[in-house]
Design a protein around this ligand. Structure first.
Ligand SMILES: [Zn+2]
Length: 219
């Protein structure tokens, strides 16, 4: 439970919707992320934001391979079927979530409490712009961090937030203005969890491949 004191209008929050019921090295696990930007048409600004996001995710030991499926994006219109394990980020123009407190939400990611993979993260561009203006941060930097945070939920596959680092639940204006590097990286505990999930999904997909080849051989 977060203390009430920080739940003010001058903080941004991220809600994790619970469904009913990592600097990168060449050997780091890689995840493909499709980006659907419905809010901006500036491909260069989007690319800059995605570089910020990839840099933050790299602190969890994960490398991102982006597919920019947005209008004007390099991979538009992304007609191929999404591969298993690929993730999706939507950048929506306006926040549509119903505010449950006076905190403003930068985005959300649905998480299955049973730990099964969910694939879509959403970030609200109007909130990003508003907070960027208020704190003097660049909108692309804040957008990148918000994208990294929401993708972080998908990579962690666990509801809830960490006490510190990128995956903390509330980002106060004060923190945004101070801009401490530690606030924008994955904590050690989160990094370990991301790596554990990545290893598990890799071995699960290897098992599935094996099953497929056995079947193909007619056994
Ligand atoms: Zn969150």
């Amino acid at each position: 439970m977060m203390p009430t004191l920080v739940r003010t209008a001058t903080a941004v929050a991220c809600s994790v919707l619970v469904l009913a019921a990592s600097p990168a090295r060449a050997a780091d696990p890689q995840v493909v992320v499709r980006v659907y930007d419905m809010a901006t048409t500036d491909a260069a600004a989007r690319a800059a934001a995605l570089r910020v996001a990839a840099g933050a995710i790299a602190t969890a030991g994960m490398t991102i391979s982006w597919r920019d499926c947005s209008r004007g994006g390099t991979d538009h219109p992304c007609r191929t079927v999404r591969d298993a394990g690929d993730l999706v980020v939507r950048i929506m123009p306006v926040a549509t979530s119903v505010a449950t407190s006076e905190d403003v939400e930068l985005g959300f990611a649905p998480i299955d409490p049973a730990g099964r993979a969910t694939v879509i993260a959403t970030v609200y561009y109007d909130v990003v712009q508003r907070v960027a203006r208020r704190t003097g941060l660049s909108a692309r930097e804040l957008l990148g961090r918000a994208v990294a945070h929401e993708l972080g939920h998908l990579l962690l596959r666990a509801p809830g937030h960490g006490p510190s680092g990128l995956m903390r639940p509330l980002w106060t204006d004060e923190e945004l203005i101070q801009n401490r590097p530690d606030d924008w990286t994955f904590s050690e505990a989160d990094r370990r969890q991301v790596q554990t999930v990545a290893r598990e999904s890799e071995s699960a997909s290897t098992t599935a491949d094996d099953a497929g080849s056995v079947e193909a051989l007619g056994r």
